[in-house]
Design a protein around this ligand. Structure first.
Ligand code: CO
Length: 282
């Protein structure tokens, strides 16, 4: 197990998310936007949400369809109920993760189960290879206690949502896109190193405190896209910090997106719309 990094990736670009709203009026920050889909292939979107004002989240996400990719919802705080047309239902809460493979299609809803308090987390969209876009939908909820974690640095923790880190296999692994998804809690002055093959695209998003990556400061609320040179990632916590680290192998396939449908061609998008209107996603 290699845990050291000789040449750490540098920060290529710092990104400030766009304030927007989605669903029935949930306020969120779109960190990974459409113009970065090619650079950060296989990732299609990252939304960060976090508010203690119920008006920002109470409306939730009523019934809506997806086809052609996977959605990964990581709930740092709050409670949300998920229901979908494949008959899955689950409660996602404090520290839990929901992984949904939309495949050929599902219609689902995500509705807050709280009328006050903090709701905070992330939704990441991971593309599916062309050959798997019409696969059978799959879904699983992981409670916080089911997510593998490992001690890192000086009193820090890495929660391994996907992939493999420090010899620990994450909750979910995927062969083609090889996603790595870590939630890192680092103590001030400590560092974390993750070997990573140069062909994988990678970024971090800091949501508490501040870190340094190859000498560049990355503050809370910033995404740092990392270069593809070097043998891994090294993060130093300038103060107590929390961040997600995401990496994956690019598909290098055409991306055709229309809202919640992500396929390879416009014809496939038209088919998805026709199937949705005909009730074939339900
Ligand atoms: Co959805």
């Amino acid at each position: 197990m290699q845990t050291t990094v000789q040449q750490a990736r540098r920060v290529e670009q710092l990104v400030v998310g766009k304030e927007t709203s989605d669903g029935a009026g949930v306020r969120l920050t779109r960190v990974l936007t459409g113009n970065l889909q090619r650079r950060l292939d296989p990732f299609l979107m990252l939304d960060a949400f976090g508010s203690d004002d119920p008006d920002d989240y109470i409306a939730g996400f009523p019934d809506h369809p997806h086809r052609g990719f996977e959605t990964i919802t990581y709930m740092l705080a709050g409670r949300m109920r998920h229901r979908d047309s494949a008959g899955h239902e689950g409660l996602l809460e404090n520290g839990g993760m929901q992984w949904m493979t939309a495949g050929r299609g599902v219609i689902h809803s995500e509705i807050p189960q709280q009328e006050e308090g903090v709701m905070e987390g992330f939704q990441l969209w991971l593309n599916l290879p062309a050959q798997d876009k019409m696969s059978t939908p799959w879904y699983r909820d992981f409670a916080a206690a089911e997510l593998p974690r490992v001690n890192v640095g000086d009193g820090g923790t890495a929660i391994v949502l996907a992939g493999e880190s420090q010899g620990v296999t994450g909750a979910v692994t995927r062969e083609t896109t090889a996603p790595l998804y870590l939630d890192l809690h680092l103590t001030a002055g400590s560092s974390f190193a993750q070997p990573l093959s140069a062909d994988l695209n990678a970024f971090v998003y800091v949501y508490r405190g501040a870190v340094n990556i190859a000498g560049e400061a990355v503050a809370a609320g910033r995404m740092a896209i990392l270069t593809n040179e070097g043998d891994g990632i090294s993060v130093e916590a300038a103060e107590d910090a929390r961040l997600i680290l995401v990496a994956g192998r690019p598909l290098n396939e055409p991306i055709a997106q229309y809202g919640p449908f992500v396929m390879n061609t416009q014809e496939e998008i038209q088919q998805a719309l026709a199937d949705f209107r005909a009730g074939h996603l339900a």
